[in-house]
Write a protein that binds this ligand. Structure first.
Ligand SMILES: Nc1ncnc2c1ncn2[C@@H]1O[C@H](COP(=O)(O)OP(=O)(O)OP(=O)(O)O)[C@@H](O)[C@H]1O
Ligand SMILES: Cc1ncc(CO)c(N)n1
Length: 263
């Protein structure tokens, strides 16, 4: 069986972060492992606390994983400080990690800030250049490219700027756009659209985490980047279509939608 690792924060409500990643990887046929960067006290209405692990502890977690069950793909999610990003980059280089999917998490669906300003600089300088693909949403792509995104043309321009500046492939997600949920993949100097119908569901807690770990799962299974993105988009669409409705705010996705009968 292929193996995948998520390096991310824990979400006590189970909808985003590590918990979303483990569910997604398991549902998509890979063995899932985790290195936790922080605990969050969080539910569908917001984040009430964050407790980071120390860089030394994160380094031990990564050593433990890489020296025993070597992952075929790695996904990174919430990493809130520069020190933790340094630690991750050092370990990924030391162990020659492959198929690195970086979700540049900045703000939770509920609005909470999940990264410090200096960490955004470290992310740009150190983590993006070693990524196979990065998966910004529109606000994140605006921060990384330095341009305002108002339409699909702007998505292409922003993705190209990021690709040229940091040397990584870019999947710019359209989930925050007004129109259809179309995602743009800028890779190897050209682009391709992954078109999706906007599903009428406000329960989108963890959509970004889910998409990036699904891509990591399919890359671990030796699919090409285009195939992996296509299959990840199919997965997120089905999970949204199941219309699970939990909690008082923006609720989590139905990963086991095959079993879910709408109760
Ligand atoms: N209402 C929707 N209908 C269909 N697809 C959607 C919808 N909302 C989001 N998506 C899809 O979900 C994926 C994640 O996109 P999104 O832009 O929501 O990520 P994100 O903002 O990083 O997520 P998060 O809210 O977890 O931070 C993309 O493939 C996007 O197109
Ligand atoms: C732990 C964690 N990671 C990522 C996100 C982004 O959705 C979140 N809300 N919580």
């Amino acid at each position: 069986m292929k193996k995948a690792l998520t390096i991310a924060g824990s979400d006590s409500s189970g909808g985003a972060g590590i918990q979303a990643d483990l569910k997604t990887m398991t549902m998509n046929g890979v063995y899932a492992m985790s290195a936790i960067t922080a605990l969050t006290a969080q539910n569908t209405t917001g984040v009430s606390g964050i407790m980071e692990v120390t860089p030394e502890f994160l380094s031990l977690e990564l050593d433990a994983v890489f020296t025993d069950i070597y992952p075929d793909a790695v996904k990174t999610g919430m990493v809130s400080s520069s020190e933790l990003i340094h630690t991750i980059v050092n370990s990924l280089k030391k162990y020659h990690a492959k198929n690195i999917v970086v979700d540049p998490v900045m703000v939770a669906t509920s609005g909470a800030k999940l990264i410090s300003d200096d960490a955004i600089e470290t992310l740009k300088k150190e983590l993006l250049p070693i990524a196979t693909v990065i998966t910004p949403n529109i606000p994140e792509a605006e921060v990384l490219s330095g341009i305002k995104i108002n339409n699909e043309e702007d998505m292409i321009t922003a993705a190209r700027i990021i690709y040229e500046k940091y040397g990584c492939n870019v999947l710019c997600k359209g989930g925050h756009q007004i129109n259809d949920a179309n995602d743009l993949l800028y890779r190897d100097g050209s682009y391709i659209w992954f078109k999706g119908k906007r599903i009428n569901n406000n329960n989108t807690h963890g959509t970004g985490c889910t998409l990036s770990s699904a891509i990591a799962s399919f890359l671990a299974r030796e699919e090409s980047l285009d195939e992996a993105v296509k299959h990840a988009k199919d997965y997120i669409s089905k999970a949204l279509e199941a219309q699970l409705d939990l909690g008082k705010g923006s609720g989590p996705l139905a990963h086991n939608y095959v079993l879910f009968e709408g109760e």
